[in-house]
Write a new protein. Structure first.
Length: 104
């Protein structure tokens, strides 16, 4: 890792990490989102995460319909926080499963 001055960060120079990738079960969906989708000033985060899980439970709809539904149910009108998310249908591909140990 390089800092803005182009030097190695001392902590990262000794760091090691493990990279693991694995497939998802057939029919899985992956949702990546910013905090603006689930955080509000008035609702506990646990309740908002629970609502998100409930909205995603059940038979899958088309991606666009699911995204619209999430925005309708999760977005607070007038909220100053921005919302961004990616919802993807995943295909399981065993040939791409890998495991790697990395050290610098």
């Amino acid at each position: 890792m390089r800092t803005s001055r182009g030097r190695r960060d001392r902590a990262s120079a000794r760091a090691s990490w493990r990279v693991c990738t694995d497939g998802f079960p057939a029919g899985s969906r992956l949702l990546l989102y910013t905090d603006g989708l689930v955080e509000t000033r008035t609702d506990p985060i646990d309740e908002r995460l629970q609502l998100l899980r409930r909205l995603l439970t059940g038979p899958p709809q088309q991606l666009e319909a699911t995204c619209d539904h999430l925005l309708d149910q999760m977005r607070h009108p007038g909220s100053p926080d921005d919302v961004a998310f990616i919802l993807a249908d995943l295909k399981h591909d065993r040939s791409r499963t890998s495991h790697q140990d990395t050290a610098e």
